[in-house]
Write a protein that binds this ligand. Structure first.
Ligand code: AMP
Length: 205
């Protein structure tokens, strides 16, 4: 199954994706992670996009699309995949259609205030990618023993900008996929487990 996760920054796309991977046995492709890997590697492309990401704006589509196409070309996507963070605009949605069909678009529904409370406490494991929140997880290390880090763009200023970018560029995709008949709303206000159960119920339909 080919799934898109749509939702504001901090809505829980990454956490839901990590849960779905285990249940559906298909990989998640996060364009944010692909870009962060480039930044970390110090590649020319990484240096070009670093400041854009830090400002909370969108990286040029052609750059993200190239990374996405390279990732989709790896053999592990033949039974499907979960896209986290792509598409983020109508332009990207239309380009995606030229590369692959999509079965379902899960729209993560959450109030803005819950996001703002959550996102600045987000911590990610350097080794396994598991995501925690300092409000609910008090350990300094991941359950796998890996070190936890806060993303550079999870600060209040960049988060506010990323939220605006979402409303302007990405929110129109909700209607776009609704009109295609593949949009499903997932309420993700509560715990990660409940959100995962909601999503699995919807995917079973
Ligand atoms: P994310 O991890 O999905 O929150 O993405 C982090 C940052 O990477 C975003 O704020 C953008 O600057 C950039 N980014 C990720 N995916 C895309 C995309 N599909 N189009 C443009 N920029 C993106």
């Amino acid at each position: 199954m080919k799934i898109i996760l749509l939702g504001a920054p901090g809505a829980g796309k990454g956490t839901l994706a990590n849960g779905l991977i285990k249940k559906l046995n298909i990989p998640t492709i996060s364009t944010g992670d692909l870009l962060r890997n480039e930044v970390k590697s110090g590649s020319e492309l990484g240096n070009q996009v670093k400041d854009i990401m830090q400002s909370g704006k969108l990286v040029p589509t052609e750059v993200v699309l190239k990374l996405l196409q390279n990732r989709l070309a790896l053999g592990d996507t033949k039974n499907g995949f979960i896209l986290d963070g792509f598409p983020r605009s109508l332009e990207q949605a239309k380009l995606l259609e030229q590369i692959t069909e999509i079965d379902k678009c899960l729209n993560l529904v959450i109030e803005k205030q819950v996001i703002l409370d959550r996102i600045c406490g987000r911590r990610t494991c350097k080794d396994c990618g598991n995501i925690y929140n300092t409000n609910t997880y008090k350990n300094q290390k991941c359950e796998c023993g890996g070190e936890l880090y806060a993303r550079e763009d999870d600060n209040p200023e960049t988060v506010a900008k990323r939220f605006d970018t979402f409303v302007t560029n990405t929110a129109p995709l909700i209607d776009y996929y609704k009109n295609k008949g593949i949009l499903e709303n997932v309420i993700c206000q509560e715990s990660a487990d409940e959100t995962l159960q909601n999503a699995l119920e919807i995917l079973k339909k």
